[in-house]
Design a protein around this ligand. Structure first.
Ligand code: NAD
Length: 312
């Protein structure tokens, strides 16, 4: 049972998923402290520390901001998230994603914060041997980004076994939805293409399959896993995959305009296919309710509203 006045720390709370989780927690009466190198563009925050999570001083500042507070959980979203960029600059992704996460776990351990929720990724699994990704799939990342997340899962395992902490490592697929317009992932790229802001291209044939999960379902999954004090890895996504070409067709329907995109060679580190087995997630009561066509419609509405705001 959650007590009144309890705090949750949300690292990366200025970003796409972290800001949505911060909003949900505050609606549930939890006090939220955000740690991020960027200033949040929203009001869903009770304390904010600006700084890199890889720097000890950031955590010292947080400790003094929250002195004497009861901190129930730490949601860890801060990370360098570009898979392709991680191939060009592995050192940078290592500092943010691994050193930064270890600092977060140490903060939690030394402040009696027993529940940690870690945003992992299906990219820890790589090509996979069966074509189906689950929490039982062996860790064989194809990129430095995937490797830092795989190592993060190992740290979570160790903090559970050594200190009795409950650390959930949630292997997310492609998350999409309102609030993601700063990102370089495929849905925002397609919408920017439609709006004439930047050309989108397709890597390879476009027949590679992906799993797209709506942001509200992801927020709900994190909140549920926190409430049950889940420990260990769990794969979470929509549970149905579509090819990139099919995604383009769905976006064409939503924006009511046929998209014709140039194909370019596939990049190093691209996963050949993503199909996720949600058996464990479902047995824990996690649900991906929002259909892709409906989620894309909601995302497009938000994108257009954002364009309107940006235009003043
Ligand atoms: N969005 C997805 O499809 C997806 C899929 C799998 C996993 N994830 C994971 O979920 C988490 C959140 O992703 P997102 O889509 O919200 O990304 P995002 O880029 O919108 O948010 C990440 C936030 O972390 C902050 N940040 C980055 N490096 C930092 C550092 N060193 N110190 C402090 N702050 C730092 C950024 O300023 C940003 O606000 C990430 O850990 C990502 O790896 C996301």
């Amino acid at each position: 049972m959650r007590q009144r006045g309890e705090w949750a720390i949300v690292t990366g709370g200025a970003g796409f998923i972290g800001s949505a989780v911060a909003r949900e927690l505050r609606e549930r009466g939890v006090r939220v402290a955000i740690v991020d190198r960027n200033v949040p563009q929203h009001q869903d925050v009770d304390a904010f520390v600006r700084g890199g999570i890889e720097h000890e001083r950031t955590w010292l500042t947080l400790a003094s901001e929250l002195a004497g507070a009861s901190i129930r959980s730490l949601f860890h979203f801060a990370a360098r998230t570009s898979v392709l960029q991680s191939v060009h600059d592995p050192h940078d992704v290592f500092a943010s994603n691994l050193v930064g996460y270890e600092n977060a776990l140490e903060f939690a351990r030394t402040h009696g914060t027993e529940r940690v929720l870690f945003a992992s990724t299906n990219a820890v699994v790589g090509a996979g041997d069966t074509g189906v990704i689950s929490e039982r799939s062996p860790l064989v990342p194809l990129t430095p980004y995937g490797a830092t997340k795989a190592a993060g899962e190992m740290l979570g395992s160790a903090y559970g076994a050594s200190y009795g902490m409950r650390v959930a490592s949630v292997r997310l697929t492609n998350v999409y939805g309102p609030g993601m317009w700063h990102k370089d992932s495929i849905v925002p790229r397609l919408f920017r293409h439609v709006a004439g802001l930047a050309e989108a291209t397709i890597y390879g044939t476009g027949e590679q399959v992906r799993d797209f999960v709506y942001i509200a379902d992801v927020v709900d999954a994190f909140v549920r896993l926190e409430e049950m004090g889940y420990h260990g890895a769990v794969a979470f996504g929509a549970g149905t995959s579509v090819s990139v070409n099919e995604l383009v067709d769905l976006v064409s329907d939503v924006v009511d305009c046929e998209l014709r995109l140039r194909h370019v060679p596939a990049k190093a580190g691209e996963m050949p296919g993503v199909n996720v087995d949600l058996s464990l997630a479902r047995s824990l009561g996690l649900k991906a309710d929002v259909e892709l066509s409906e989620g894309l419609r909601l995302a497009w509405e938000d994108f257009q509203a954002e364009q309107g705001r940006a235009a003043g």
